[in-house]
Design a protein around this ligand. Sequence first.
Ligand code: COA
Length: 169
Amino acid sequence: MSSGRAKSAVYAGTFDPITYGHCDIVERALKIFDLVYVAVTADQKPTGFFQVTQRVELVKKALEAHGDRVIVSSFSGLLVDYVRRLDQRVIVRGLRAVSDYDYEAQMAMTNRRLADDIETMFLMTSWQYSFVSSSIVREVARNGGDVSSLVPPCVEECVRGRFVIIDRK
Ligand code: COA
């Protein structure tokens, strides 16, 4: 994207694992942009669960219906540096509730301070996914609950497999 209006954007996250809430944000972004780069951070949180290769695989499978309008990759280091490497100028983030605002504003302002030519755009998650988070999914699955309404089938299968194996130990 050298000049003019953005036709594509970067949706970054940890996706540990991807949920229907994340998929909803990608679908909303695709109504605005021709192409969405989904960037999975390789820098795992201390509470991280899936390795980056598996998180990327699950994101790819969950979004495969969008074909080549979605490109999934992983990155480490600063998000703005990766956005520049992709030759992009727009970061998409999802907002679920007012409680997300402080954290998201802090991140957007920091990114703006680091790279004033990159804009952050916020999209509201559908109300039915406003309570969903990756750690809620892990918590429900760990305790044997049904996560089928929270995550795509490929993620459900994978999460269930992980906890069944853990439970058998
Ligand atoms: N639907 C479902 N869940 C959502 C959601 C949505 N629409 N939006 C956010 N979440 C949840 C996630 O499930 C996750 O939940 P968890 O904490 O229970 O696991 C949580 O919100 C935050 O996850 P995520 O959206 O993946 O963002 P993040 O806070 O992990 O940030 C990066 C990921 C990659 C954007 C950020 O870490 C980053 O920019 N890293 C690079 C370093 C950098 O540049 N730092 C400077 C900027 S401050």
